[in-house]
Write a protein that binds this ligand. Structure first.
Ligand code: BTN
Length: 280
């Protein structure tokens, strides 16, 4: 399969049926001196890692599981997680947009015609980023958000390993025990081809990464537009900046990628942690 698109391509590509974690194989590639952008892709991981020491589990064959090796040099790597979120969001939203457009068209041409179905009447499927880069989906605004993709960024010397797990088509596929998640296909109610999603990811990453290296401001603006944490009441646990657990309103994203939270004790800037939205 060709993974080169009009807007960019890969310097190297590895495909594996089964691995421990694609981030580990990308770290090996970094040590061997692989150039960017090198992609390690696997059908299935047996020791997939999530953020903050969690496991990442996905059924074989129906997800995208891969790590992009980047060499960002002196670019502002603290905003790399936000870049990853924007790339995922732009690729996945292209699958949601037609259903959204159709829902709007129906509303415009036949007001009340979809009374009771909820989804059409209220605008169709939506996508949001939970800080820093959980990709959340819902079939319509009256549904709750469910995670469909996540990003784990690790360093190997000067290389950055951008691991992406994206649930593409889990229709009729048994979930791993205890996993609460959705997939693109379940959200739009149609089949989705993971190789097309992959080609989208490669193209959008190559283009967005080049822009971000030049100047991250456009990426930050795109991120803020899609971040559903902004304006939400949040609880932040396990943050890395000695702030302790905190609660308040998420009021902004700093230019360094930190989440700004207005707490009863004043504004706090959170660099890393788990965010829970207390209401939607
Ligand atoms: C999260 O949301 O907690 C991050 C999940 C990241 C999962 C991906 S799958 C490919 C890469 N290899 C891993 O072991 N983890 C990341």
């Amino acid at each position: 399969r060709s993974l080169t698109t009009g807007s960019g391509g890969l310097a190297g590509f590895e495909w594996h049926e089964e691995v421990g974690s694609t981030n580990d194989l990308a770290a090996e590639a970094a040590r061997r001196g692989a150039s960017e952008i090198h992609l390690v892709l696997a059908d299935h991981q047996v020791r997939g890692r999530g953020r903050r020491g969690r496991e990442w589990r996905a059924p074989p064959g129906s997800s995208l599981t891969g790590t992009f090796l980047l060499r960002p040099g002196d670019a502002p790597v603290e905003t790399l997680p936000l870049l990853a979120g924007v790339v995922l969001a732009e690729v996945v939203d292209a699958y949601l947009a037609p259903a959204r457009a159709l829902a709007r068209e129906r509303t415009a041409t036949a007001p009340g015609a979809n009374e009771g179905t909820g989804q059409e009447r209220r605008g169709g499927p939506e996508l949001g980023l939970k800080w820093p880069n959980d990709l959340l989906l819902r079939p319509g605004p009256n549904h709750s958000w469910t995670k469909a993709a996540g990003v784990l960024i690790e360093r190997e010397g000067p290389a950055a390993l951008l691991g992406i797990g994206c649930n593409v088509d889990w229709r009729g596929v048994p979930r791993p025990e205890g996993v609460v998640a959705t997939s693109i296909a379940e959200t739009i109610g149609e089949p989705v081809d993971r190789w097309r999603v992959l080609a989208g990811l490669v193209g959008v990453l190559a283009r967005r990464y080049a822009t971000w290296r030049e100047d991250p401001r456009d990426t930050l603006a795109a991120y803020r537009d899609r971040c559903v944490t902004l304006g939400a009441r949040v609880r932040v646990t396990g943050n890395a900046s000695d702030l302790g657990d905190l609660e308040g309103e998420a009021t902004g994203i700093g230019d360094d990628g930190r989440l700004l939270v207005a707490t009863p004790r004043g504004e706090r800037a959170v660099a890393a942690g788990d965010v829970i939205h207390l209401h939607e």
